[in-house]
Design a protein. Sequence first.
Length: 287
Amino acid sequence: MRKKNEIDLLRFYGGDIREKTEEGIMIVSGDVMADELWGDAEAYRTLNALLFDGYENEKERIYKEGHRLNPAFIERIEETLKIYRDVFSLMCRKNRVEEPVRVKRVDRKASLYAYENGYTGSFVSCTKGNYQDDFSNKNQVILLEVDILPGIPYADFQKIVTSSEYSNYDEKEILLPPFLPLEIKQVSLNKKETKMLRDMNGNAPVGKYFLKLGKFPDYRQEIRASKEELKERVQKGSMLAASELQKMNNGQWEEDYSKYVGWKQDLHAYLKLVYSDICYGEKTDGQ
């Protein structure tokens, strides 16, 4: 398999699983990777679910919306960590806004708990265009408007990839990172917005919210465990966590998932430290 660079991983997160040749030319034969992980055209579902606290997001996606999440992303945790790391690194190196940009998103009501806790619970995909009905196939949808201010890392797909190398180019997608602080305010839905979209059950949006994002924090000031310690925990617990996710896929909701939730907490803490190093520069001895 050709080694994937940061742009390849951004494309992969966005749902384009086509491969490139060793020379970097897009393979246009229609063939896609058959690999269990790299062939997952809905990888973002699992990648995002793993970033939310608890396991309510998994239950929403699996039990209420009828999706299956992919345990391969936990079993092959080193590859998954590279996806998380390289996509954020790309955000920090490119497309920091110089003037405020307002974007929109159709989200599930169940994601509100993360926003109300004051941060983005996962990667957040928005659009520079209008609300899109294609993204309303969720259980109880809400509408979001988000202001991206100067200094906030993000990825503008249309500035990073070309229309020939990204199949979802026309979505005008903006991707925000997880763990960003935010302020949330509920605003009124207008009459047009109550009619323009329907959720998976045919119901109108249940609310609209405005998000103002803050600067990415230096989480090294609050997380006491080291990156090395946290990564070791994530690696050691990955096979158990993968089996727990498979139980959820199988509908075993009466199980005790506290170890799975604890594993995710270690994953989040590790990524926060990695992201802080990327954003602010790695600390050396004596700093």
